[in-house]
Design a protein around this ligand. Structure first.
Ligand SMILES: [Zn+2]
Length: 192
């Protein structure tokens, strides 16, 4: 995916010394890359949603109909909150190494503060916060860049097309056209 300023601007920290609020910076290879402040913002938005999903009362979780594009099944039922909780945990398991994942589990899933984490993981306060930043940046990027269904933006995740729908037709692909005899006649006065 390509990161653009229109996406990063709203997420960037205004006083960031790296991107100065634009959300974009140049990587070592000279390519345009998202700033770490944007990646951390994406992670925190997804984490907030995760906390809301796991702490809400069971009966508040909604079953929703997800429309399909295929012909075999027009729609299916899904529990988006539970799917989101599972995706959030599974993606972190896959993206982080063992040490990072332990800290992720203690701090972000179980809610342990830095004192408890540093005692348990035998790391000092500075290393704890460095690791937290690294995890937030790593996961923020994965949550946004994941193909074909990113976790972020949340709107698209919760209200977007079904995950079971066929792949989207790429731009420029040949589209099926209606047979001529099924075309609507042109309005009066616009015929050739
Ligand atoms: Zn920044």
């Amino acid at each position: 995916m390509e990161w653009t300023r229109s996406e990063t601007l709203a997420l960037a920290m205004h006083r960031c010394t790296q991107c100065h609020g634009s959300g974009l910076r140049f990587s070592k290879k000279g390519a345009v890359a998202p700033c770490n402040c944007v990646l951390r913002a994406i992670f925190r938005i997804c984490w907030d949603r995760f906390v809301r999903c796991v702490t809400q009362e069971k009966y508040l979780s909604r079953v929703s109909v997800e429309p399909h594009q295929g012909r075999s099944r027009p729609s299916t039922w899904g529990r988006k909150d539970e799917e989101f909780i599972a995706d959030f945990c599974l993606i972190a398991r896959r993206a982080l190494d063992d040490c990072e994942h332990r800290l992720f589990r203690y701090h972000f899933i179980l809610g342990a503060d830095w004192k408890l984490c540093s005692r348990r993981l035998q790391i000092d306060r500075g290393n704890f916060f460095h690791a937290v930043y690294r995890i937030e940046q790593k996961l923020g990027r994965v949550f946004r860049e994941l193909e074909p269904y990113p976790l972020f933006p949340l709107d698209e995740y919760f209200h977007g097309p079904s995950r079971m729908s066929p792949a989207r037709v790429p731009a420029g692909a040949v589209r099926l056209t209606r047979p001529v005899h099924l075309e609507f006649p042109a309005p009066v006065g616009q015929t050739a």
